[in-house]
Design a protein around this ligand. Structure first.
Ligand SMILES: CC(C)(COP(=O)(O)OP(=O)(O)OC[C@H]1O[C@@H](n2cnc3c(N)ncnc32)[C@H](O)[C@@H]1OP(=O)(O)O)[C@@H](O)C(=O)NCCC(=O)NCCS
Length: 145
């Protein structure tokens, strides 16, 4: 049975490292904002193994005026379980958790390769594609409540 719940940041690091910073030292997946006030991390686990993660930060983007703005980072599912709906379930739960905290917008710098995934949940694209060094092309995307 897959469980999705809020977890401590240490629980998201192994999968974040494996999927989002492969081949880099583990510190590369420690974001400095991880322990900021209000941040929460969701993990999906199956028999104790973490198979999906997503982290949520109270953070404004200069393009959006929303006072209660949240940012999604570190969204990943284990390659073994992709395409089975887990990513959607995890992000849907994150959207609800942010809503419970009063969010009016949830935004992310989405990898271009993952952009169709976010579109499934009605995230919109803002502006043109841009590059993030050492990672690749991205779109600014947002979900408006
Ligand atoms: C993006 C990611 C989290 C999606 O997780 P997942 O568990 O495969 O997602 P789901 O199975 O819930 O997919 C939901 C839908 O989105 C589609 N989808 C998922 N990833 C996709 C992608 N990269 N491109 C196109 N469609 C995608 C699925 O086909 C599925 O469509 P369907 O409902 O029509 O069948 C996962 O592929 C991943 O970890 N990728 C590598 C890391 C990454 O890019 N993270 C995002 C950083 S911004």
């Amino acid at each position: 049975m897959i469980m999705i719940k809020e977890v401590a940041v240490n629980d998201v690091y192994p999968l974040r490292s494996k999927v989002l910073r492969p081949g880099q030292p583990i510190e590369a997946c420690h974001y400095k904002e991880d322990s900021r006030e209000g941040v929460f991390h969701l993990a999906a686990s199956d028999k104790g193994a973490v198979i999906g993660i997503a982290s949520f930060y109270p953070e404004q983007h200069p393009q959006f005026n929303d006072a209660n703005s949240w940012r999604l980072r570190g969204m990943a599912t284990d390659p073994e379980v992709r395409g089975q709906g887990l990513g959607l379930k995890l992000l849907q739960q994150g959207i609800r958790h942010c809503q419970a905290r009063g969010a009016t917008i949830l935004w992310c710098n989405a990898r271009t390769s993952a952009m169709p995934f976010y579109r499934k949940l009605n995230f919109e694209i803002y502006g043109d594609e841009f590059m993030i060094e050492n990672i690749g092309p991205h779109y600014l995307m947002y979900y408006k409540y």
